[in-house]
Each structure stands twice: as C-alpha cells, then as structure tokens.
Design a protein around this ligand. Sequence first.
Ligand code: UDP
Length: 312
Amino acid sequence: MRILITGGAGFLGSHLCKRFLTDGHEVIAMDNLLTGDQRNIQPLRKNPAFRFIHHDITHPIEYDDELDAILHFASPASPVDYLELPIQTLKVGSLGTYHTLGLAKAKKARYLLASTSEVYGDPLVHPQTEEYWGNVNPIGPRGVYDEAKRFAEAMTMAYHRTHNVDTRIIRIFNTFGPSMRLNDGRVVPNFITQALLGQPLTIYGDGSQTRSFTYVSDLVEGIVRLLWSDEVLPVNIGNPGEFTILEFANLVNEMTRNAGGILFKELPTDDPKQRRPDISKAREILAWEPTIPLGRGLEMTIPYFKGRLHEL
Ligand code: UDP
C-alpha cells in the first residue's frame, strides 16, 4: 500500500512512518516543518520506500500517483505551540483537513484523522467515553486547537456521509516517548529535561489535575488496528492509568534521582482538571489495550532526552 502521512516529520507522524515502512508499505511523509523536525525522519531517508515532501497542507495538495491511505497528523499539538501559533493551528485543522479529505476522495484512499481527547475539553464526564460531547470554551486560548479538531471530526464525517470516503477518527490521549521536542512545553518533556538538569519541576496549579499517559508504541499499535478496521465512528486510544500531575512529578524526580524538588506556577486558562479515556470500545472492536505502564515508558524515554540535553 502507498500511505501518505501529514505531519510525517512530527513526533507521532515519524513513529507512524517507521511502523508502516516496517510493515512493508510505501510511505510519503508530508510536513511544513513548522513544529516537525527533519531529524525524526533522517534515518528513513535511505529507504527507497520512503519519500519526504515539504508542503504546507493549508494550501491545496498536488499529488499525481495513487494513494491507498492518508493519515492526517499535521498540527501543532502542545498547548505552548498552539498558543504561539493559533491561526496556523486553526488552519491546519480546518483547511488541512479539507484538503486531505479532498485528496482521499480523489484517490479513493482510506482516511484516518488524528483527533484528540481535547474534543472533550474540561470534561464533566469521567472517564471520557466516545459518546460524550465535551465541554469546550470556543474563545479561550486552547479553543484554537480544540475547535479545529472538532471541526476536523465534523468535516471527516461529512465527507464520509456525503462522498462515501472511507474514514476513521482516533481520539488520542496524552502520548509520550522518544522523538518529542525537548522544548515543546508539554509536561513530559518539561519535567524530564528539568529533572535531568537538576532543576525543580514546574507544576502548574496545585498539581491535582489528572492526565493519563500513553507510551508511543502502544498508541501506534492502536492507530494501525483502527486504520485496518471498519469502524467509522471515533475511537479513544489512550492508557486509562490516571495520575495527578503532582504524582507524575514525584515519579519523574524519583526515577531521575532529582533533588531539585518542585516549583508551583500559575495554572493556564482552561487547563482540563481531569482526563482519562474509557477504552471499552477499543478493547472490544480492536482488541487493543495498552501494554506499557507509565514507569516503563519513562525508562525508555529518559535516555532519549539525556542524549539530546546538550541542544538546550
Ligand atoms: N503542566 C505542568 N507543568 C509543565 C507543563 C504542563 O504542570 O511544565 C501541566 C499542565 O498544566 C496540564 C498537564 O501538565 O495540567 C498536561 O499538560 P500538557 O501541556 O502536557 O498537555 P495537555 O494535557 O494540557 O494538553
């Protein structure tokens, strides 16, 4: 199969490129390198089944050959990034989704949208099931990402219902692992780099807010299973192990033997208070569940950050 991955030079995109190449497919990574990093795909360049196209998908996409599948993973994805790039975030979630869906329709390709637990906003239902419609502030600073992804889901369903495009929607919960940007501002890179530098970990708020962290290889397996399944409606993929940010900080300090302690900072606007996926649907229809607990995932991630610390 020939598979196009937008955001192919990003954290998740580059892991997907690797996985589909390993599975014997041809892969085209498309990225404008706004938050993606060429180094993530450098090792793939020598593979004749791999191709990189530098393109901003908020502009129309011209691609002559056939395509079997399109995975739309392009977007700034860290709150710090989308606060800095609000219009690009809205454009890639709206125009980027529109252009990639148009391409899927023209090529009769299967389409998978990377959506997010952010569609649930600051959730009033816990854990979050796919049936929950969410609690999103459209005009808050996070709204640019949340609403772009909600629009993207609506557009994907419209192309499915109107044009019969064979679509999939995955709702991704906090994911971590090697290839994350050191300074992307999310809690995992922040805490690990701070800990390795012997600094205090910056907890926003009192640290009582919760998140559920998925190791990247578990996520990738979920994506592959969903792509090859026939489920059109959204599916949560995430690890239901739920931690307060304070618990997470203590774990990172313990694992890195950091004596820097903790520094409390102001909680960002609209920061969700709790987040945990209900993965009954993924278990049932994909026979998927995460296999890597948080501690094990951190053991595999900390050395990656150590190796790149000199870049800071
Ligand atoms: N957070 C924190 N310190 C940091 C970065 C993030 O306490 O240095 C908190 C943030 O306020 C949020 C949680 O960690 O409650 C997860 O933040 P992240 O930016 O990773 O992603 P989110 O789940 O909010 O999209």
